[in-house]
Design a protein around this ligand. Structure first.
Ligand SMILES: [Zn+2]
Length: 458
């Protein structure tokens, strides 16, 4: 819920697979839930029963999310930590209807499980007041009540996720509107909980309300800071093969606004690496980043490789490429390897998702369009976003596959791509614009922009 999530890929105290999904039960979950059980006053034996009941119930709820997220390639995983369970999945290709279904599936699964337990309770009919009786009551209560609670229109609860998926506007607008609604609804619930003599519940809901206020504030400050836009433009220039533009537009070391120093240093290093100045790139990383800053190991490996430190670089890559390396780091590594004419299929051939998208961008920037198109297809299959599909369309068009490019553009449109002007002007797409069917896809894209994609996905 609102507690800090465990680091990506960190293993829980209990780690297993259920119906094919990785499940991690973290120590914080067991501790918090056991304390809750003890505070209920039933003694250690009840606390133990409660711990089992809560763990099984939360997993039942999360399995509902995971089962509906899996068919769209969301690669769901389940973590139990703090007071709650969390199913993470990659909604990349998912329609709004699917997102809503994923959100509702959790409470639905939990309540169905609760009702099944209720029938079992009736059938078994344990002696009132016994541990078995209390365990059954707790299981029914937890599943039904938590299911209902989760449907409140408050982020990050499931009901809030439903509202977020249905809210009109672009991603930022939807998040802002939903956060306002969530903060208001949470404040009302907190007052009601307090009035009903539930001060602890009131405090928890107030905490959730504060989280939403924080979201609204950070959306505002991100909007007000034009420096962030400047950095985005610099990164776009690097990805686009114009590192000299990026370097010109980035402030010198020590001249970045407070807090932006590391981001600027990283971008300068990227641009310098592209300009075949690996020594300078390394210096920027060593001197421009505060002590102890963790450099992405994939990008660090690229810098090491460029500086001839091959052995150290391979060590970094051994680790980093097994995890999910970020798009930008793979992009820069591939751009380097492509410039050096190195064969990297053995090294990078396994990447999917964001990594595959990094391959797409890196190869596209290096002018290897057919290879880029191949990786684009894999990135789309494994959770690509509208931009990935759009760049795949450009790569296919440039490699002479105009009809394949139109297919990718269609995928981009269906994923919500909405930059119709860019599609009309993009030189790479010239061969696609003559094809029958192009007008229809362009219309989809224009509709996305006009509607703010408020209709459920096609
Ligand atoms: Zn849920």
């Amino acid at each position: 819920m609102a507690l800090p999530a465990p680091a990506a890929g960190s293993r829980g105290l209990l780690s297993f697979r259920l119906l094919g999904f990785p499940v991690d039960v973290h120590a914080s979950f067991l501790v918090v839930v056991a304390l809750f059980g003890l505070s209920a006053g039933g003694g250690p034996s009840f606390a133990l029963v409660w711990l089992v009941v809560a763990t099984v119930s939360v997993i039942a709820h999360e399995l509902g999310h995971a089962l509906v997220a899996a068919p769209v390639g969301g690669e769901p995983r389940i973590d139990l930590y703090g007071l709650a369970g969390l199913t993470t999945w990659r909604p990349g290709r998912a329609s709004r209807a699917r997102r809503v279904a994923v959100s509702l599936a959790g409470p639905a699964a939990g309540m169905a499980f609760g009702i099944a337990v209720l029938f079992a309770y009736r059938a078994v009919h344990p002696e009132p007041g016994t541990l078995l009786d209390n365990g059954f009551r707790a299981a029914v209560f937890v599943n039904v009540f938590w299911g209902l609670l989760n449907l409140l229109p408050i982020l990050p609860l499931d009901g809030g996720q439903v509202v977020l998926a249905l809210m009109p506007g672009d991603d930022r607008v939807r998040l802002r509107r939903t956060a306002y609604l969530s903060a208001g609804a949470a404040a009302v619930v907190a007052v009601l909980a307090f009035a009903a003599g539930q001060p602890i519940a009131a405090v928890i809901v107030l905490y959730i309300a504060m989280g939403n206020v924080q979201t609204i504030r950070s959306l505002r400050s991100a909007q007000r800071d034009p420096f962030g836009d400047r950095l985005n433009a610099a990164e776009a220039a690097i990805a686009d093969g114009r590192p000299e533009d990026a370097l010109r537009d980035l402030p010198e070391r020590g001249h970045a606004p407070a807090g932006w120093g590391p981001a600027v240093a990283l971008l300068r290093a990227m641009a310098l690496l592209r300009l075949d100045r690996p020594r300078d790139a390394q210096d920027v990383l060593l001197e421009g980043l505060p002590e102890g800053t963790r450099i992405d190991p994939t990008f660090e490996a690229a810098v090491l490789l460029a500086n001839g430190q091959d052995r150290l670089a391979r060590e970094r890559l051994d680790m980093s490429l097994k995890a999910r390396p970020p798009l930008w780091a793979v992009r820069e590594l591939v751009a380097l390897l492509a410039r050096r004419g190195e064969d990297f299929d053995a090294l990078l051939g396994h990447l999917t998702g964001e990594g595959a998208a990094g391959m797409l961008y890196g190869l596209y920037g290096a002018g290897r369009y057919a290879d880029a198109a191949r990786w684009g297809a894999r990135a789309i299959e494994t959770g690509g976003d509208p931009d990935v599909a759009y760049t795949t369309a450009r790569a296919r068009a440039r490699s002479g596959d105009a009809s394949g490019a139109l297919d990718a553009l269609d995928v981009a449109a269906r994923l919500g791509f909405d930059r119709a002007d860019e599609v009309r002007r993009d030189a790479a797409l010239a061969p696609v614009r003559d094809l029958p069917g192009f007008a229809e896809v362009l219309q989809l894209i224009a509709d996305n922009a006009g509607l703010g994609a408020s209709a459920p996905h096609r």
